[in-house]
Design a protein around this ligand. Structure first.
Ligand code: TXA
Ligand code: MG
Length: 346
């Protein structure tokens, strides 16, 4: 067990003296959990392979799953990659800092364990004042996967990271709820045309405004045997409960879910649904993601709700399906993984 230093830092008035302690830890090749606008990350000096090794150990992460490198300025980016193609540069101008990870050819400075042996590296500039300041103070790019233990939903609150990682890392920066709440969009720029490997905070239509040819990897919609993004093959976000998704016309969905709840009433059950639909399931235990009128908010609540399933020790959870457009694509991608792609169409 490590003696984890927990630093409570406010997003809006950053205590630089406190944050310098975290930057010093990065420079000493220690592990630091940092807030970003998407989810909390488990960071270490991206240019030092021993520091990076500690991330894999803390997370219990398979070594063949590459890490995202976080930068705070263009000079740092230039150090990490071989070159920055024109189309990548235009995306950077439009969406950085922000929830967009670009897969580019890596430079020799990036150790092999960051890229899990690939010759590419995922890079992004997070849109979070604490993350940016930390990278600046440490003056080195920070490699960071989501700060959950492998298999758990990504952490979006300080409580999540403390419960997953206290004793396993050197420093935890405890800040606010992650604004976006789902991981970044991963876009493979080495594929022609560029391909979305994971949907996230920057949507397909936003990207296509700049590069209309961008496509989506088929594994975003379905489970496939050998995905392009190594991370996609691992079970993710799955609560302990048995989970099923019911999809279709809403009146049929109500009937089906009510029937399934009745069949499983001897178990500890819940329904994940939209705020507007709670009334459709009278006397049932409903976990609301928020209003359908605010898909971005619904997306930001998903991981908290999935963790709640375990806190409530649920055995059986049914979720509604949501429109797979804009942020709904990322929400449904994570939700489909959570149910292990078990979807009942009605
Ligand atoms: O929002 C985020 O992206 C968060 C915050 C902390 O920045 N990070 C995050 O990292 O979600 P992680 O490691 O949980 O997910 C990274 C994903 C994985 O699916 C991984 O396989 C993929 O990106 N990835 C990373 N480098 C890659 C590469 N060179 N080629 C293909 N996929 C890559
Ligand atoms: Mg992750």
């Amino acid at each position: 067990m490590k003696n984890t230093l927990i630093l409570h830092i406010n997003d809006t008035s950053i205590d630089e003296a406190l944050l310098s302690q975290a930057a010093d830890a990065i420079n000493q090749n220690k592990t630091v959990i940092l807030p970003t606008e998407t989810v909390y990350g488990l960071g270490a000096n991206a240019l030092n392979s021993e520091a990076v090794e500690k991330i894999f150990i803390a997370k219990g992460r398979p070594q063949d799953n590459p890490l995202i490198v976080h930068v705070s300025n263009m000079n740092m980016l230039e150090k990490c990659v071989k070159s920055i193609p024109e189309d990548a540069l235009s995306l950077i101008h439009a969406f950085w800092p922000g929830p967009l990870t670009l897969i580019l050819e890596k430079s020799d400075l990036i150790p092999h364990n960051v890229s899990a042996g690939l010759n590419t590296v995922g890079v992004r500039m997070p849109d979070h004042p604490i993350a940016l300041k930390l990278i600046d103070l440490a003056n080195t790019p920070i490699a960071a996967p989501s700060a959950n233990r492998s298999g758990k939903p990504s952490p979006t609150t300080a409580e999540h990271v403390i419960s997953d990682m206290q004793g396993r890392v050197d420093v935890i920066i405890a800040a606010d709820h992650s604004r976006i709440g789902l991981e970044s969009t991963v876009l493979d720029m080495t594929h022609n045309p560029p391909m979305i490997l994971r949907p996230g905070g920057v949507t397909l239509s936003q990207l296509q405004m700049l590069i209309p040819e961008i496509t989506i990897d088929p594994q975003v919609h379905h489970s496939v045997d050998s995905p392009r993004s190594p991370g996609m093959k691992y079970t993710h976000y799955a609560p302990q409960a048995e989970m099923t998704m019911v999809r279709g016309d809403h009146s049929k969905v109500i009937k089906k879910i009510t029937h399934l709840m009745d069949e499983h009433k001897h178990l500890n059950c819940a329904i994940i649904c939209a705020e507007e639909h709670i009334q459709d399931y009278p006397n049932q235990n409903c976990l609301s993601l928020g209003s359908l009128s605010n898909p971005a908010f619904m997306a930001s609540q998903l991981f908290t709700i999935l963790r709640k399933c375990d806190e409530l020790q649920l055995d059986y959870v049914i979720t509604e399906a949501f429109a797979e457009e804009e942020m709904g694509l990322a929400l449904m991608n994570r939700l489909k993984k959570a149910v292990g792609y078990k979807i009942l169409d009605v």
